[in-house]
Design a protein around this ligand. Structure first.
Ligand SMILES: NC(=O)c1ccc[n+]([C@@H]2O[C@H](COP(=O)([O-])OP(=O)(O)OC[C@H]3O[C@@H](n4cnc5c(N)ncnc54)[C@H](OP(=O)(O)O)[C@@H]3O)[C@@H](O)[C@H]2O)c1
Length: 296
């Protein structure tokens, strides 16, 4: 009789985390979902990611910025998968606090419990954006994980459909300010497709896995597609890079955490993000799905 393996999904209420919970469950794992607000996972997410309250075997309520709430999170766990990170501004905490220190806390718990593998989601093209605070925090954790003696896998996705969903929301408002000329390319990936790669890593060796989606677009093409899905005429105003960077500097005076997060978005538009293609889901269909969910 085969033993059912137990996985902890950290960041289970997020876009990728929810798909990871579902994917691990579909593969027969026992899934413990770490969420700071269990209410949130009772309903689907804003980008059609699934409700997972009834899918996970167990919900562990904890916030990595309150270390006491994380104690015991890895008890009895075989594999940790973490898509836990700060992706929207927080008045009190930054990427260092959450992506680095928060994941480190989980790693310490995992080491104590002799977990057999830690799968961590960082970012693609990290070397080109090494000075950006979000990337720094991710890579500090990656370095600690590799040095810890724990078997590991690092997933390096380029951009999720949920991120492209931001362009969809802007298109719905009728207008998009585009930083630069929008000529750089990306092949974004659906959370469900990415979750399969993440779950495959549970049985893999120590390695870094770069992941993108099946179709390559320029950022301008993504925006135009978002307008078409919204049934609106594309209205896109390019903003020179120097202007966006100037605005960032001003923002950093008033709101450092917001500026740090925005600096990632601005920096990312300076070069292509074409990663090895995986998956079968297409952005056009995703935008159509978002459009129909807004109509209902
Ligand atoms: N989005 C992209 O295009 C992209 C591309 C490459 C890499 N990544 C990386 O992939 C990871 C997942 O991204 P995502 O888009 O799925 O992010 P997301 O939807 O914002 O999910 C982040 C998860 O982390 C949790 N979290 C944040 N702060 C926490 C805290 N203090 N204690 C406990 N949980 C906390 C969130 O909980 P709440 O739901 O309660 O906020 C959520 O479950 C991130 O590390 C991100 O940097 C993202």
């Amino acid at each position: 009789m085969s033993v059912i393996k137990k996985v902890l999904v950290a960041g289970a209420s997020g876009y990728l985390g929810r798909y990871a919970v579902k994917e691990f469950k579909d593969r027969g794992y026992y899934v413990r979902a770490l969420a700071r607000n269990p209410e949130k996972i009772k309903t689907a997410g804003p980008h059609t990611e699934p409700a997972i309250f009834d899918i996970a075997d167990e919900i562990f309520t904890g916030d990595v910025t309150s270390p006491d709430t994380i104690k015991g999170v890895c008890k009895g766990i075989d594999i940790v998968f973490s898509a836990l990170g700060l992706t929207s501004p927080d008045p009190k905490f930054n990427n260092y606090d959450v992506d680095y220190l928060g994941n480190k806390l989980i790693l310490e718990e995992a080491l104590r419990e002799h977990v057999s593998r830690f799968i961590y989601v960082s970012v693609f093209n990290q070397d080109k954006m090494a000075e950006i605070p979000t990337i720094k925090a991710h890579e500090l954790f990656v370095a600690d994980l590799k040095a810890s003696g724990m078997p590991w896998a690092i997933i390096r996705p380029n951009g999720y459909f949920s991120d492209m969903g931001r362009f969809f929301s802007m298109a719905q408002s009728g207008h998009i300010f585009m930083v630069g000329e929008g000529e750089k390319k990306i092949n974004p990936v659906h959370g469900a497709d990415l979750a399969k790669i993440c779950a495959d890593a549970a049985d893999d060796q120590n390695r870094e896995i770069a992941v993108g989606g099946p179709d390559i677009y320029t950022f301008r093409e993504v925006m135009e597609m978002a307008f078409h899905a919204s049934d609106k005429t594309p209205w896109i105003t390019p903003l020179p890079l120097w202007l966006a960077e100037g605005a960032l500097m001003v923002t950093s005076v008033f709101n450092r955490n917001l500026a740090d997060l925005l600096s990632f978005a601005v920096e990312a538009l300076k070069f292509d993000h074409v990663a090895p293609a995986c998956g079968t889901r297409h952005l056009k269909e995703f935008f159509a799905e978002l459009a129909s969910s807004k109509v209902q």
